[in-house]
Design a protein around this ligand. Structure first.
Ligand code: SAM
Ligand code: DTB
Ligand code: SF4
Length: 333
């Protein structure tokens, strides 16, 4: 027996070769993403079926509680103060209006209520206290509560947890290598830092990204590798298709090939078997058949309601019709 074989019997050699013990790497993920479509779809559906009820799709409702005027310069975003778009900025919403939206969401069968604010970070004080109150109201209506408020400190994350927050959305949006082409006012590592604060406070992490910003397959897979190597993996992973908005630097981007979107969902499903994969922005431009393929590949959550934060989303009735045609249940059974 050679010396190296003896050593490998005592130590796990893979941890030598990969001291960081990362579970996934870029080359393996790209290979998966580029597999023949049928093989990828079949593998993803098998993983999906092994970990989820494939006839259940989670319904989430989204509400913009503070709109526009954001100091960040995210190239895709209509809410950035750096670009001149059709958007009318609005201050933090009052509680009664939020309460109304919560009640409507509950009536429409939403399982999770998500509130989004166009902030770089949330300031302590009156605004923070108001958001805490909003979270409490969502919990009183017996729904999961999720917010996305920009960067968070450790302390703020702890306070959100105490208020009953279930999940915090903070997207990586694209791969590390492409990040500074899209956003210059913050760094990729800033995102990871907030995610760490959220995770350590015991709040579920919701993190995903956007397709169609001019990124390569490698950028997409690099983002998936970052997400899949988080410990624990994100509880949910939103996959957004860019909604090109006039006035933003990405206004003229061409649409993503629907089959590539399905490849992305399938790859995410295989890498993150237990996560909820949310087919998020961009469904208004998607056929019923494309959405169905995405659900087969492993997507099992959507935003329900005719508005996302500031852009359109499909009518509730068309989603209900598709779910009924597919035999999809709204609630876990
Ligand atoms: N300001 C907070 C932040 O950036 O984390 C929360 C709100 S921000 C609007 C939430 C997410 O919306 C972004 O991370 C991005 O993925 C998505 N988003 C914004 N504009 C979009 C667009 N035009 N098309 C698709 N997704 C978009
Ligand atoms: C996510 O990944 N997508 C949602 C939610 N998280 C907050 C937001 C989509 C925004 C689409 C553009 C808009 O409506 O302004
Ligand atoms: Fe838009 Fe959020 Fe970026 Fe602000 S931080 S510009 S709201 S994506």
């Amino acid at each position: 027996m050679s010396e190296i074989t003896k050593i490998s019997l005592v130590f796990d050699l893979s941890s030598w070769q990969n001291p960081s013990m990362e579970k996934h790497n870029l080359s393996e993920t790209l290979e998966l993403y580029r597999k023949p479509f049928m093989d990828l779809l079949y593998e993803a559906h098998q993983v999906h079926r092994a970990h989820h009820n494939t006839n259940h799709i989670q319904k989430c409702t989204l509400l913009s509680i503070k709109t526009g005027g954001c100091p960040e310069n995210c190239s895709y975003c209509p809410q950035s103060a750096h670009y001149k778009t059709d958007l009318k900025s609005e201050a933090l919403m009052d509680l009664e209006k939020v309460e109304k939206a919560i009640n409507q969401a509950k009536q429409e069968g939403a399982e999770r209520f998500c509130m989004g604010a166009a902030w770089r970070e949330i300031r302590d004080g009156k605004q923070f206290d108001q958001v805490i109150e909003m979270i409490k109201r969502v919990k009183q209506a017996d729904m999961e509560a999720c917010v996305t408020l920009g960067m968070l400190t450790e302390q703020q994350a702890k306070k959100l947890k105490e208020a009953g927050l279930d999940a915090y959305n903070h997207n990586l949006d694209t791969g590390r290598e492409y990040y500074d082409k899209i956003i210059q006012t913050r760094q990729f590592d800033d995102r990871l830092k907030t995610i760490k604060h959220v995770s350590e406070a015991g709040i579920s992490v919701c993190s995903g990204g956007i397709l169609g910003m001019g990124e390569t397959d490698a950028d997409r897979c690099s983002m998936l590798v970052e997400l899949a190597n988080l410990d624990p993996q994100p509880e949910s992973v939103p996959v957004n298709l860019l909604i090109p908005v006039e006035g933003t630097p990405l206004e003229n981007q061409s649409p993503v090939d629907p089959l590539d979107m399905v490849r992305m969902i399938a790859t995410a499903r295989i890498l993150m078997p237990k996560s909820r994969i949310r087919l998020s922005a961009g469904r208004t431009e998607m056929s019923r058949e494309t959405q169905t393929l995405a659900y087969f590949a492993g997507a099992n959550s959507i935003f329900l309601g005719d508005k996302l934060l500031t852009r359109d989303n499909p009518e509730v009735s068309s989603d209900e019709k598709l779910f009924s045609d597919l035999g999809v249940q709204s609630h876990w059974q």
